[in-house]
Design a protein around this ligand. Structure first.
Ligand SMILES: NC(=O)c1ccc[n+]([C@@H]2O[C@H](COP(=O)([O-])OP(=O)(O)OC[C@H]3O[C@@H](n4cnc5c(N)ncnc54)[C@H](O)[C@@H]3O)[C@@H](O)[C@H]2O)c1
Length: 356
């Protein structure tokens, strides 16, 4: 028998929740925030330190410090319940699932050396992680986003790497022209990552406004920038385009009708373009992410009771969300020459969700 140590920021959320003293501290804190344990379910496999990094300010170091202090106080006061750690029967040890070690990014030095890569949505989440990895692997990155502050922060974090930032809206022709100008006549690869969610409404409730904005960014923006880049790739006889689709491009149970239809359109655009340009040395593929902890979650809202009931039931099978750099690993594989023989695919990067 030995007492359980107090968890720290290096412990997973799941460890905190199962701790006899820290568990109640977390639950009380969630209640004080008007939330429940369920809201932490997607983050259970993250350490609290990682959660702080990924939460975009919603969870802070200060909050963690307070929970650690409260846990320590209660343990001193005798709330800790000693539990046996060594006395578990051999049978249960044999069948206990082993927790997978945390994934660590391994940069491939020079994979993008000599290449100019345009990345959209580079100010946040998956686009930012993709632009970062390409730059750290030697590429020249033209990073664009509609948000200037996010781009500035990204550039400051990557000081010394070959990054040109362009504040641009992918739906606007003049902004696309500015991106092409910044690239300077050569684009080896393009990652169309920028995208927006809908408000989770089914067909009978979707508004024209939501439909049009979601299609403008998620589909028309991808088409416009790719269309502008294709002539450069044709002239070079090579190129790689990776579009970010979604689990919603594979199934009807991951979002509202506008987002789902837009991501199905991205899948179609990808396949058509891969088919058309494959013989000219241009590969066009898509990655379909499952849940990823990014800022897109901030805009997630259910404007339909019907959709909420249907989607929340379906999403009970969702694998644990991953971090943006885990998606960047899939995107960079297809963007790079490592994807040499892959063209026209929509590759799920979803921890197996699409296999269900
Ligand atoms: N996060 C997920 O769980 C998830 C799952 C499936 C697919 N995706 C897709 O991944 C892509 C990236 O999303 P994320 O989760 O990293 O979101 P995010 O919100 O963290 O990042 C998206 C970025 O795109 C930018 N952007 C939005 N509209 C733009 C426009 N018109 N022009 C230029 N930039 C614009 C935003 O400013 C933001 O910085 C999206 O296409 C999204 O649909 C995300």
């Amino acid at each position: 028998m030995s007492p359980i140590a107090a968890p720290t920021g290096d412990n997973k959320v799941a460890d905190w929740l199962s701790h006899p003293v820290a568990g109640p501290v977390v639950r009380e804190w969630l209640t004080s925030q008007g939330a429940s344990e369920r809201s932490l379910a997607p983050a259970k496999r993250f350490t609290f330190n990682k959660l702080i990094k990924l939460s975009g300010g919603r969870f802070t170091q200060d909050m963690l410090d307070q929970m650690m202090a409260e846990t320590a106080r209660r343990m001193v006061d005798g709330d800790a319940v000693p539990v046996p750690v060594d006395d578990a029967p051999a049978e249960s040890v044999r069948h206990a699932p082993v927790e997978a070690p945390e994934w660590v990014e391994k940069v491939t030095d020079g994979r993008f050396t000599g290449k100019t890569v345009v990345v959209t949505g580079a100010g946040s989440g998956i686009g930012r992680a993709t632009a970062s990895r390409v730059a750290r692997e030697g590429g020249r990155v033209v990073a664009l986003d509609i948000s200037e502050p996010r781009l500035k922060e990204f550039a400051a974090e990557h000081d010394g790497l070959d990054i040109t930032v362009v504040t641009a809206d992918v739906t606007k022709d003049e902004d696309i022209a500015a991106v092409l100008e910044a690239a300077g006549g050569r684009i080896d690869a393009l990652a169309n990552v920028a995208g927006i969610m809908d408000n989770m409404t089914p067909l009978g409730e979707v508004t024209d406004e939501v439909w049009e904005r979601v299609f403008a960014v998620n589909v028309t923006g991808v088409m416009k920038l790719s269309r502008a880049v294709i002539p450069l790739m044709l002239a070079a006889g090579q190129g790689s385009i990776v579009n970010v689709a979604s689990e919603a491009s594979l199934r009807g149970s991951a979002a509202g009708v506008a987002y789902t239809a837009s991501k199905h359109a991205v899948a179609g655009l990808t396949k058509s373009s891969g088919f058309m340009y494959g013989p000219h040395g241009i590969r066009v593929n898509a990655v379909a992410p499952g849940g990823v902890a990014t800022n897109i979650g901030e805009t997630l809202r259910y404007d339909s009771e019907l959709a909420q009931e249907r989607l929340e039931t379906a999403m009970a099978i969702l694998p644990t969300p991953v971090t943006p750099d885990q998606l960047a690993a899939s995107i960079c594989f297809l963007l790079s020459d490592d994807g040499v023989n892959i063209n026209g695919v929509v590759l799920p990067s979803d921890g197996g969700w699409s296999a269900v």
